[in-house]
Design a protein around this ligand. Structure first.
Ligand SMILES: C[C@H](O)[C@H](O)[C@H]1CNC2=NC(N)=NC(=O)C2=N1
Length: 101
């Protein structure tokens, strides 16, 4: 499926539904740093998010050190943010909430 790059107003509307996510340079990506109680919790979150990412065929850019996972999402095929980024962000929120960030 071809996903369209979202207009800035649509991006802002989606962002209001997500806690702790910030818009990056030129509104081309969104980021959040997730903090867990230890490495196993962080890695469990990454495993669950990876399964969702594979199902969506939409993959995060992320950086993990111990209990911290820094996530950046964008759709490189569309050159910006699409609905897919917000689908993955919402799935990540659920996976993180289950692990009591
Ligand atoms: C060929 C492959 O389906 C595409 O490159 C997919 C894979 N995963 C992807 N992930 C992300 N984040 N953005 C994309 O544009 C993207 N495209």
């Amino acid at each position: 499926m071809k996903w369209e790059k979202l207009e800035r107003a649509a991006v802002d509307a989606e962002l209001t539904k997500l806690a702790g996510w910030t818009l990056n340079d030129a509104a081309s990506s969104i980021s959040k740093t997730f903090k867990f109680s230890n490495f196993i919790e962080a890695f469990g979150f990454m495993t669950e998010a990876a399964i969702t990412a594979e199902k969506l065929n939409h993959h995060p850019e992320w950086f993990n050190v111990y209990s911290k996972v820094e996530v950046t999402l964008n759709t490189h095929d569309a050159g910006g943010l699409t609905e897919l980024d917000f689908k993955l962000a919402k799935a990540m929120e659920k996976a993180a909430a289950r692990r009591m960030v």
